[in-house]
Design a protein around this ligand. Structure first.
Ligand code: NAD
Ligand code: UGA
Length: 316
């Protein structure tokens, strides 16, 4: 089996590639090393991948690359490349979101129209819901994004549905709910929080800390991606972590794990941030057997351990 993973040097993409290689797949990774965060972090994400016999990384921008050689003889496409980040998607930068999240998705789908690909799995987002009208939120709730980022992720999903229904491309769009774990993107809350806790710096807290998220551990997301690819499921499904926790509660868990309380600096509410998220994952469970396995405390523990190890390795 040969699989294509777009965004292979990213947070989720690099974990997915490791899991696929461990199980003997030929993995063709593609990444353009966008400037969203530093190349050195993406190179570190790739440390467990480079040099492995069945892994090949192509440095290409999917907005302009010739896609035929990339998708040639591929059984499954995991499309994770994109411009992430909810709060930075306002203003001039929206063109980047449009290109990386909408145009690239359309180009990839177009390149698969006449190919016998088994599955195209698209990394969608809980941000498509905005402030959802009911919690936990099922896929039947009408999406009303609160950020331009969410609008582009929803457009990507609609494109998947169009190519699924119009051209029989077997697409599965998975709405990830705030993914965390080792190597999390540096703009995200837990990466900053663990960094703050280990360095003794204050954590920049947005809003009043009572906002909640259905945080999802990265290994659970990898399991959802792989199960969706292996199954007959097509369509749209939520992928959540199994519980809803406030930022205040997360702060105290990280304080306990690190042995000292984490100080905060109040940064005020951020435009585009939703108040609460909570995934109804019944469809993912019935559709492809997805059940989240990692508790928040276990997952945060793994992040703290990874960060402490990195500090030790940096010092030696
Ligand atoms: P990430 O930024 O770490 O990874 C994305 C990768 O895609 C980066 O390495 C980037 O260089 C690459 N990329 C972007 N545009 C590209 C292009 N045009 N051509 C080639 N490569 C390109 O982000 P992540 O957190 O790993 O997220 C992966 C995907 O999952 C994204 O599509 C994101 O929208 C989606 N998602 C993430 C979360 C989360 O909590 N991390 C939640 C919901 C959805
Ligand atoms: C995350 C990802 O960044 C998006 O790419 C993804 O699409 C989205 O999840 C999703 O689930 O769809 P977000 O929920 O904002 O977005 O994740 P974090 O950046 O980890 O933020 C979590 C909470 O912490 C938010 O309430 C945010 O306001 C807060 N936060 C974040 C802070 O208080 N301080 C920070 O420095 C960063």
């Amino acid at each position: 089996m040969t699989v294509l993973v777009t965004g292979a040097a990213g947070f989720v993409g690099s974990h997915l590639c490791e899991s696929l290689l461990d199980d003997g797949f030929e993995v063709r990774g593609v990444d353009s090393f966008t400037e969203y965060y530093g190349r050195e972090r993406k190179e570190a994400n790739l440390a467990g991948l480079r040099g492995r016999a069945r892994f090949r990384l192509l440095e290409e921008d999917l907005a302009t690359a010739t896609l035929e050689p990339l998708v040639e003889d591929v059984d499954v496409v995991f499309h994770l490349a994109g411009q992430p980040g909810v709060r930075g998607s306002w203003g001039q930068d929206f063109t980047v979101y449009l290109q990386r999240n909408v145009l690239v998705t359309q180009r990839l789908l177009e390149s698969l129209r006449d190919r016998p690909v088994h599955k195209f799995v698209y990394a969608s987002s809980s941000s498509v819901y905005g402030d959802a009208e009911s919690l936990p939120t099922s896929e039947t709730v009408v999406p009303r994004p609160l950020s331009p980022y969410g609008v582009t992720k929803l457009a990507g999903e609609h494109l998947c549905e169009l190519y699924r229904k119009g051209f029989a491309v077997p697409t599965a769009s998975l709405r990830f709910f705030t993914v965390y774990g080792p190597r999390q993107r540096p703009d995200m809350a837990f990466a900053r929080l663990v960094e703050a806790a280990t360095s003794g710096q204050p954590f920049p807290l947005y809003g009043d800390g009572s906002q909640t998220r259905d945080f999802t551990y990265v290994a659970d997301v990898v399991s959802a991606l792989r199960r969706a690819a292996d199954s007959a499921f097509t369509g749209v499904a939520n992928v959540g972590g199994g519980s809803r926790v406030s930022m205040r509660d997360v702060l105290s868990i990280v304080g306990e794990l690190c042995g000292r309380p984490v100080a905060t600096v109040d940064m005020g509410p951020q435009r585009g941030d939703v108040r609460h998220t909570s995934a109804d994952t019944s469809l993912a469970r019935y559709g492809f057997g997805y059940v989240p396995r990692t508790s928040l405390r276990q997952g945060l523990g793994a992040m703290v351990e990874y960060s402490q190890q990195a500090v030790l390795e940096g010092a030696s």
